[in-house]
Design a protein around this ligand. Sequence first.
Ligand code: 0A1
Ligand code: ZN
Length: 809
Amino acid sequence: MNTPEEIFLKDYKSPDYYFDTVDLNFSLGEEKTIVASKITVFPRVEGSPSPLVNGKELKEGASILDSCHLTLSSPAGNKFTLEIDTEIQPQKNTLLEGLYKSSGNFCTQCESEVLLSNGNPIEQGELEGGKHYVVWENPFEKPSYLFALVAGQLESRDDIFITRSGQKVSLRIWTPAQDVPKTAHAMYSLKAAKKWDEDVFGLEYDLDLFNIVAVPDFNMGAMENNSLNNFNSKLVLASPETATDTDYAAILGVNSHEYFHNWTGNRVTCQDWFQLSSKEGLTVFRDQEFSSDMGSRTVKRIADDAGPMAHPVRPHSYMDNFYTGKFLLYLIEMCNGCNDQFMKRFDYLNPYLSCLHVFGAEVVRMYKTLLGTQGFHKGMDLCFKRHDRQAVFTSWDSGSKSYSSYNTEADTFSLKFSQEEPPTPGQPVKEPMFIPVAVGLLDSSGRDVPLSSMYHNGTLQSVACNNQPVLSTVLRVTKAAKMSVAYLYVLSFSIFLVGYSAPICLEYDLIDKDLFFLLAHDSDEFNRCRFPTKQTLALNPKFVQGLRSILCDTGLDKEFIAKAITLPGEGEIMDMMEVADPNAVHAVQTFIRKEIASQLKSEFLNTVKNNRSSDEFVFNHPKMAQYALKNVALDIMELALHEYKAATNMTERFAALAAITQKPGKTCNDELTDLYNKWQHDFLVVNKWFALQAMSDIPGNVENVCNLLSHPAFDLRNPTKVYSLIGGFCGSPMNFHAKDGSGYKLLGEIVLQLDKLNPRVASRMVSAFSRWRHFDESRQKLAKAQLEKIVSVNGLSENIFEIASESLS
Ligand code: 0A1
Ligand code: ZN
């Protein structure tokens, strides 16, 4: 294999050749697979075209450079046909990219790899030797990365969807036969997404068939190939006994995401790979909006908050079709303030990619905030009308940070903002950003105050609209210089960044008293949830009072209450410390948890009692909210064992077991053995079983994780198992960061083993070392030694070498 080259945005130019039609003939075999391709090629500019791929000449007209590149040094000037036969062995492909085998079935993952995509089946029949063939034709031009092929012993759940213009679309979800009953929620999610896209964006599906295939071995979450989406099984299969409501929500979100790509990504597509984050950002924004509409908007906003972004959403270079290690490390650094869902847990999507994509979504959201819902949709409609089946995504750059201060004077209220742009790779000096800052005001009894007029950069503007009271408005912070705003009211408090209107890090001069007031009264639930996170290290009675008022407020969404009373994760607190100290954070967290449990005992016990499930598990927002609230209360009160025994679904069972696994001893061992014995036939439940043990804070858990690596159900070649066991372990501050370095040593060894099988997955894992400088000296030494050991190994993949050496530099 060649060393991947770094490709720069500044060097991008249109290709010299276009591929008009592509015939790919796959002859799939257990020993070998032959791919015969026939491509009609024509030059962009007629005359003396440059070589198709550079290389040294072997014979007239064509030369082979290496195992990856074929060079045609001087092809004929006009249209010609290129025929290539390739022999491959998908069964030996552990990279899980291109054509590979998963559980005996052939499947592909081709984002950015091959030439044309699938479409409609137009012919099929039998061949000699008991073989079978199908011809698929794709009627439209497609971006190259959307090609897909799946072949194997699968059965389908079938359904139909009638589009709003009356078109009948067949929907099929393919899995091994025994799993078909577990696809009902994925089918529901797909249909809901189709309906939502018609209702909200006016977008209809265009083909007659939509297939989803569940693949157990998959590097990422899913892939939006035209009419043949491949999904990590974890994001398709669910039953109340085996999946938690978090799994149900992820299935809903990812199914909608892949479906929404049909328009944003597939039909309106990218011109080049630098635009990847545009198609992803817009599609993530759409799936977030969909999930919000299906559940609680505020809770979704809290979960999706990407944190401040100070880097461009578009990379200035990439390598091996992905972001360079250097860029990834910057992302990790920036994602430091990110929430649990995307960064702290190595979950179902590549955290670095998805983090960038979530930042992309923040940029789209700012457009919506600035243009208003109607204006935004008008713009989107125009874009789809003008650019259907074109490669037009543009890229955007954005980076921001802002500070604020406020003061009250007489009957006006003023705010001052300034912004600072820290340098990022490729952008040492930056222009000030355009930042929408939504603000609202509360009076001293905690009620929203209608705004009437404001001075914005020195000009008096009316805020009221059609004589209707306006409770929040959007300030446009455009300059690095300070600006001020005045409201003509007597006021006490301001609320900034209503609904988190811009992905910036806002520093404010509110004192504790104000923050507790906001915790109890802020009408913007997003803010109400954010403020206390800064205050966890001291247990102020007003903080407890703030929590009490949230816990007892029957008017609030239960899922929101659950989020608001959940203490920030230990990793999140460590990120806020100059020198991260896992032991101290753990001790303080335990203290706070115990204090809250004793001071709010009766409130928590009532919460558990009032939110027990009485009937069958159903996945809907009120039920999910009820479970979430009960589980947080239960966790704080340490009532897990009883609930584990009584649990009737995986949501309750998993939450109870997670609490039990934090206490070593017989109960913990017995319940874990019980879970495994009952569910060993179900690999998704077994993954949870691995994750539960890996994430435990029990001292000395490193050894347990080490033993689990040789458990018969574990397989280093399966990315989802790796993310559960190794990823879960890296998310446990106490054991991954164990003082004696045993956690670092374990990860170092695993990364080297993984690199030989699947460098993409290995590079996700090695990045757990990337913040090593953030810890005390002795931990720094231990982590650095592991990184040094990794880079010194011969034959290391380029992915790992780049990330590890960049982390050291
Ligand atoms: N496009 C997918 C994410 C994805 C990216 C790369 C992959 O393989 C190397 C696979 C999936 C999505 O938006 O879900
Ligand atoms: Zn996507």
